[in-house]
Each structure stands twice: as C-alpha cells, then as structure tokens.
Ligand binder design. Sequence first.
Ligand code: DX5
Ligand code: ZN
Length: 224
Amino acid sequence: MVKPLIAPSILAGDFSRLGEEAHRVFNAGADWVHLDIMDGHFVPNITMGPPVIASLRRAVPKDSRKPEKYYFDCHMMVSNPEQWVEPIAKAGADQYTFHYEATKEPLKLIKLIKSSGMKAACAVKPGTPVDVLFPLAEYLDMALVMTVEPGFGGQKFMADMMPKVEALRRKYPNLNIQVDGGLGDKTINAAAEAGANVIVAGTSVFKAESAKEMIDLLRDRVFQ
Ligand code: DX5
Ligand code: ZN
C-alpha cells in the first residue's frame, strides 16, 4: 500500500534563503522537498544545478539514524539526463526523476541512477501518453504525471491528465505516483481520487499563511 507523501516545490520559495525555506517546510511536516532543475534547453527556464543542491544539502544534513528524513526529490527538466546523474548524486540528492522525452534509453538510465545510490523516477509531459511508462514501471521507484507544461511554477492544474493517473494506479497499486503542477486545496481532490499519492505543491505551500495547514490538508485528502 502506498502512503501519502507531500513534496513542496522550493521553486516557489525564496531563492536567497533556500536552506531556511527547506527547513521551514520540513518543520511544517513536508515529507520531501521537490527540487526543480531546469537547463534552459529542455524547458525555457533556468533554475539551479549541482552546486546549489550541494549547499542546500549542507544546510539540511541527512540524519544517519533516520535516512528517510530530509529527502531531496530532484525533478530533472534537462535535455541530457545521463550527464547529471553522478553530479546530482554527489550533491546529496535522494531521488532522480528524468523526463521520458529526454532520453533514448530509459532502462539504461534507470540502472545508472540506481547504481549511483539514488531512487529512480520517470516523468511524462502533458502531451506524452502514459503507456510509455508501462514497460518501465517495474524498475521505477516513482512515476510522475505532469499536470502543467514543465518550466514554470504557478500554472493552472490540468484536470484532463487524471485519466493517465487512473490508468497507472489501476495497473500498479504499489507504485508511487506523483503529480506536479497547480496542486492546492481546489485541485487535490481530483488528483487524490485518480490515485496520486505523491503531491508536489509549490505556490500553495510556500505562499500559504500556514504551510503546516496546507500540508496537513493535502495529506488528509490523499486517502479520503
Ligand atoms: C513546473 C515544476 C513544478 C512547479 C510546481 O515545471 O515542475 O514543480 O514548480 O509549482 P506549483 O505548485 O506552483 O504549480
Ligand atoms: Zn517539478
């Protein structure tokens, strides 16, 4: 049985104080922090790379007694995902989500990610059919169904992506299924009903008056 995991996207946080922002949402009950890596090529925006993640990891060190804590979930919106596996692993990431559209050899890439010590996940953009994930699912730690076009925070949730989530959940009851883009109090029910259990929330959590209340609300709705 999968469990609800809430992953605030630090893209909506204050980039001049990334360490404090990560602590703020972890203290508010976030399970993971979602790090959006954009290369200005796969998507029309640039965010951060391995040196920033390494500094963030130093600001939020792992607790060896609780390795599941302070989990960094890296969403790699990059054209050459093979190239960044080692640098991102060395920077201290826990999970590496590549885009299906960015690689010719997804299975080889999954093996590379796992051999680097990270969990492996694969994302599909809104225009990519979900079936491409079926041959990969048994090797994946998570599948990500994008609910906006990748590139920017604060966009509108695409409810018409929910049949993709439903199709995945029907076939894979135990797979972590993540949704990313436009998630908040108005859209969480649709995602939860479709079967998503890993919820990325940027704007809704970071701009909330109480991050804790928003995280609690999202988590409560996942299994209602
Ligand atoms: C979009 C990113 C998302 C985004 C989520 O390219 O992958 O993680 O920042 O932000 P909100 O929740 O504001 O849509
Ligand atoms: Zn993302």
